[in-house]
Design a protein around this ligand. Structure first.
Ligand code: SF4
Length: 509
């Protein structure tokens, strides 16, 4: 059996992924999404840029023949070539595993090895900005295999990061951790222990097993589909034999409060979340889930929902003209390429989309000024957005382009974060509180169901490389739908809260 550095990186992110990559049914794999392909291309471009200043020899071998690649790499090392790019190193372990290392760069240094008075040091080139532990573990793996191949240890090994430059990996510290991970991963693969599904949006969203894992989780009503169930909390819930949404919905929050990783607020939130999912209905935060006499109910009654329309108007203003704002950004270029704004005119009953688009990256400053102009046309309109990114970006762009604080401060005072409001006030039967999940539960559909932020980044890159406006049009449609989805959620939330206030008033009358 073969183990390489990529497997170890995947194992650290998700054990199941490392397992499925070896034993999974390939027909169940999703096709590689465009965003992952773009990341691979960006990574290759970054490597080319770095290597353009430091030429390196690539071992010649037939395509996909890693044994021939290893022989060619060994040959270059014996010759004492200064730098070797995309070399392959292999070694066998005592338990019959083949370890295959493919460091981005092998650099010749003075020292003693089986080859003579020189040895090689591995360097891994990463697009990331931080020296994540998973990368350092991969470098330690390369170092270990290289030490076997050349019969000598190097003093250090390197990570080359996009913004930070060269980072020296402390092999003394990272090697023992790498060996533990390697041993665990090997055992899992040899014993064919298939890890349980656990859906975690941050790590699963770009995984090619997502459709298959999600289908399993859905079928089993797996608790990882409940917002708030983290891997740590899941272990605690298992220990209490709370393995289903129903069991969790019916437990008392006080049973969860003392557990590590919970506390009072998280315990109540989680039980309420399970209740909402089990009954497929939205719950007002202060709504009691419990029959009269249960003290847990008081928790909900303590939370703030006023019976006043003034309070609601302050939380979620309704105005003759409202603006719905959504930004598209390209993080690797640190670029904002689109400010999308839907102007909702209640009197005229119109919704008008304004796309302030940087067709060239250097137009970012221009579209920033256009955005400020647009906001100036509606000086009292509330500006709704979803999540804090829009506020953070407006603050950043104001600094970057010298917009006076006295101008930005009153503008930001008009911003209303619909995500903050909905998570503060309501529990919904959704798998996450992302825009798409919430809006879809409320019946809103995107014209292109597969569009998302990552896809938009790919479309923008394709527009820049091909000049095909179809890519820009796809971005605009997606962004307009994001603005409209934010509007849809805001309208629903206002209606939901008005109804709750009316019901409470009727009860008190
Ligand atoms: S979808 Fe998630 S749980 Fe499944 S293999 Fe991928 S990362 Fe792991």
């Amino acid at each position: 059996m073969l183990i390489d550095a990529e497997q170890l990186i995947n194992y650290q992110r998700c054990r199941r992924r490392a397992y499925l990559d070896v034993y999974g049914d390939l027909d169940q794999r999703d096709s590689t999404n465009e965003y992952v392909l773009k990341l691979v291309q960006d990574s290759q471009a970054n490597q080319r840029t770095l290597l353009s200043n430091q030429p390196a020899v690539q071992p010649a071998h037939p395509a996909k023949d890693w044994q021939a690649a290893a022989a060619a790499t060994l040959d270059l090392m014996r010759q004492g070539v200064e730098r070797i790019h995309q070399g392959v190193l292999i070694t066998e372990t005592e338990n019959g595993m083949t370890l295959k290392s493919n460091p981005d760069l092998l650099v010749k240094h003075p020292g003693i090895s089986d080859f003579g008075d020189w040895l090689y040091v591995p360097t891994e080139i990463k697009l990331g900005k931080r020296p994540k532990l998973e990368y350092q573990v991969a470098v330690a793996f390369h170092a270990m295999v290289l030490a076997e191949v050349q019969g000598s240890w190097m003093e250090t090994a390197w990570l080359m990061l996009r913004d930070r430059g060269a980072y020296s990996v402390d092999l003394w510290e990272v090697l023992p951790r790498m060996q533990e991970i390697l041993a665990e991963c090997t055992q899992m693969l040899v014993q064919q222990q298939e890890p349980e599904v656990f859906i975690a949006r941050s790590r699963c969203s770009l995984c090619h097993w997502l459709s298959s894992c999600h289908a399993i989780a859905k079928n089993d009503y797996h608790l990882s589909l409940l917002p708030g169930v983290t891997p740590t909390r899941y272990v605690q819930l298992q220990a209490l034999n709370l393995l289903t949404v129903k069991a969790l919905a019916e437990t008392k929050p006080s049973n969860l409060e003392p557990l590590p990783g919970f506390g009072k607020e998280a315990a109540h939130k989680l039980v309420r979340q399970a209740f909402s999912v089990m009954h497929d209905r939205a719950l007002l935060i202060e709504e009691s889930l419990y029959p009269n006499g249960n003290n847990d109910a008081n928790h909900y009654l303590e939370l703030p929902i006023h019976e006043s329309h003034d309070f609601l108007a302050e939380l979620l203003p309704t105005a003759p003209i409202e603006l719905y704002f959504d930004i598209e950004a390209e993080p690797t270029l640190n670029l904002i390429y689109l400010h999308g704004v839907v102007v909702v005119d209640r009197h005229a009953n119109t919704q008008t989309f304004h796309a302030l688009l940087a067709e060239r990256p250097e137009d970012e400053a221009l579209v920033w000024q256009q955005l400020l102009e647009l906001f100036r046309l509606y000086p009292t309109a509330p500006i709704f957005h979803f999540c804090p990114f829009e506020v953070q970006t407006v603050e950043r762009l104001a600094k970057l382009y010298g917009t006076p604080h006295s101008h930005i401060k009153p503008l930001l005072a008009r911003f209303v974060d619909v995500h903050e409001r909905i998570t503060r006030l309501v529990t919904l039967p959704v798998e996450s509180y992302a825009l798409k999940q919430i809006a879809r539960w409320l019946g809103f559909e995107w014209r292109d169901p597969s569009a998302n932020g990552a896809q938009s980044i790919c479309w923008y890159a394709q527009w820049l490389s091909t000049g095909d406006r179809a890519h820009l049009n796809a971005i605009l449609t997606y962004n307009e739908d994001d603005c409209l989805a934010t509007h849809h959620i805001k309208e629903w939330l206002v209606g939901f809260l008005m109804k709750a206030i009316a019901e409470q008033s009727a009860e008190l009358a």
